[in-house]
Design a protein around this ligand. Structure first.
Ligand SMILES: Cc1cc2nc3c(=O)[nH]c(=O)nc-3n(C[C@H](O)[C@H](O)[C@H](O)COP(=O)(O)OP(=O)(O)OC[C@H]3O[C@@H](n4cnc5c(N)ncnc54)[C@H](O)[C@@H]3O)c2cc1C
Length: 501
């Protein structure tokens, strides 16, 4: 019979980390991936003489606490190579206009604080208090990851709970950080998909402080290299991966326990099933009588995280020739993160990355690439858009945001475009299969934060043998969260298998 110890559905970051660690523990593991290559979001694609990074702006190693999970430790545990290059700046943030600003924040704790002080005199101490809070966040997170029922939250880790019950904005106000400094510090909200007045403080502080302490990195050969590295680890430990194999059905026994899947028309059984795909799509592929009402309600109650329109440009001149100086430029039409998110003026916040700044050899000599990321929320694609107008829609967005970039940064790129590719939420919906093309799983809102998700995990999970990992999981979106939840799920699965549960 076609039987495994563990089936992992989806070879995204979470699925690959989980599958490789379970295989390393000696269990017969099968990863099923609907595409012909691994990685999900973590991939690259080629047009003409350019290999474009599909998703990664910057890889955050996440925790700096030696006891906590981090991307680096997971790769090390698997003997998987990362081959990273580091940038020396975090971001350049530009808000054009009279009350705007143009600030570049370097990496490194002291450099970060110095740049903030130069931009907003008098803010250093309060910003330092914010970054220092990360020690509490890291320690609480490490404790939470290490136990099933976090009883010490009301004593030893009370400050962690206090921080975790507020939005990032509330914590910054409470620390006395001046408004302009808060606005600059909130530049990264788009990476987590919610404006900072509705974004859980734990998640934001952890991202910001980790970036301030450990420089953001990029793999030398795009994220595809990281994904291949995890596939190699999976196979090295005896795991199997099947491509072009879409899971169309999840199977259950009479007691409602998950026992297998239908994939590529074949029935495959396993003791444990790990889903790297969003719960909505698991329930859509399950007989409704096996889907507990609470799971359906939870999937509907959660808000889907952000999605993007992305524009990838291959340019026939080098970044030096074009006068491009920065790796990451965030361009916002208003300094207020809530207004950026709502974009009532019709102008969205966008980020432009030039990978050649970090990796000069990432495109042929005498060329460079630009990667535009324009923020959209699921459901924001115009409902009346007809297939025959789709190309025009993409061209208009590319045209508008290339113009805004040229005007804001003072460079001229349009005459040098050799290759252009535009992806929209429709592209992401088709490629990843997520509702409305959501790429960030469920939004990490104040009510649905990492603590609530972790504490409720065992209570909420009513389907025996079925586990989840990925950007839609406990830790929220992003590469680190997906790898880390992959590792956490692997631990749960291995423990249950060892105990014969
Ligand atoms: C344009 C863009 C920019 C981003 N920038 C960053 C960034 O700078 N930093 C950062 O940390 N994060 C970033 N992210 C987010 C990050 O990529 C994701 O949060 C993370 O990669 C999600 O990983 P995942 O494990 O949830 O898997 P996913 O990437 O969602 O992969 C799921 C996999 O499952 C497969 N699959 C789906 N359905 C089935 C099925 N029925 N059967 C079999 N296989 C199936 C898919 O093909 C896919 O391979 C970005 C994402 C995008 C798209």
């Amino acid at each position: 019979m076609n039987t495994y110890d563990v089936i992992v559905v989806g070879a995204g970051n979470g699925g690959l980390a989980s599958g490789a660690l379970i295989a390393k523990a000696g269990y017969k593991t099968l990863v099923l991936e609907k595409h012909n290559l691994p990685g999900g979001c973590a991939t690259s694609f080629v047009r003409g003489r350019f290999e474009f990074e599909a998703a990664l702006h910057e890889l955050c190693h996440e925790s700096t606490d030696e006891n906590a999970d981090s991307v680096r430790r997971i790769f090390e545990e698997l003997g998987a190579d990362m081959d990273l290059a580091y940038d020396d700046t975090l971001f350049r943030a530009v808000v054009p206009g009279e009350n705007g600003y143009d600030v570049t924040i370097p990496t490194g704790y002291d450099g970060f604080l110095d740049a903030m002080e130069a931009a907003v005199p008098g803010c250093r101490d309060s910003v330092k208090k914010l970054l220092d809070l990360n020690e509490i966040v890291d320690a609480g997170q490490a404790y939470m990851d290490s136990v099933n029922v976090p009883v010490k939250f009301f004593g030893e880790y009370a400050d962690f709970m206090r921080v975790g019950s507020h939005s990032a904005e509330e914590v910054m106000i409470d620390l006395g950080i001046p408004e302009k400094a808060r606005q600059i510090l909130c530049t990264y909200w788009g990476y987590l998909g919610m404006p900072t007045d509705d974004l859980n403080a734990l998640h934001y502080i952890s991202l910001l402080a980790a970036f301030a302490k450990v420089p953001p990195s990029m793999p030398h050969h795009r994220s595809h290299y990281l994904s291949l590295s995890l596939v190699n680890a999976l196979q090295k430990y005896g795991g199997e991966i099947r491509y072009n194999t879409e899971v169309t059905k999840f199977l259950y026994n009479g007691s409602g326990a998950c026992i297998g899947v239908v994939a590529g028309g074949e029935v495959i059984y396993a003791k444990k099933i790990v889903s790297n795909i969003i719960p909505n799509n698991v329930w859509n592929r399950s007989d409704p009588k096996f889907v507990p009402a609470s799971h359906r309600k939870l999937a509907n109650a959660r808000k889907l995280g952000m999605t993007f329109v992305t524009v990838y440009l291959g340019l026939d001149a080098s970044m030096e020739e074009l006068g491009i100086r920065d790796y990451s430029v965030f361009i916002m039409n208003d300094a207020d993160p809530r207004k950026q998110f709502e974009h009532k003026d019709g102008v969205r916040t966008f980020v432009v990355n030039c990978l050649n700044k970090v990796l000069p050899e990432s495109s042929p000599a005498g060329t460079c690439t630009l990667f535009f990321t324009i923020m959209y929320m699921p459901g924001e694609m115009p409902e009346t858009l007809r297939p025959q107008d789709y190309k025009k829609f993409k061209n208009e967005i590319a045209e508008e945001y290339i113009r805004r970039y040229e005007e804001t940064v003072g460079v001229s790129v349009r005459d040098h475009i050799e290759e252009i590719v535009v992806a929209t939420p429709v592209t992401f919906a088709r490629y990843l299969g997520t509702p409305d093309g959501a790429i960030y799983g469920y939004a990490s809102q104040t009510w649905d934060n990492v603590v609530a998700r972790t504490v409720m995990k065992d209570l909420e999970n009513k389907v025996p043998n079925l586990y989840f990992c990925g950007g839609h999981g406990l830790r929220g979106d992003g590469y680190p969260s997906a790898y880390i939840t992959g590792a956490m799920t692997a631990r749960d699965v291995i423990k249950a298998l060892k105990e014969g549960k």
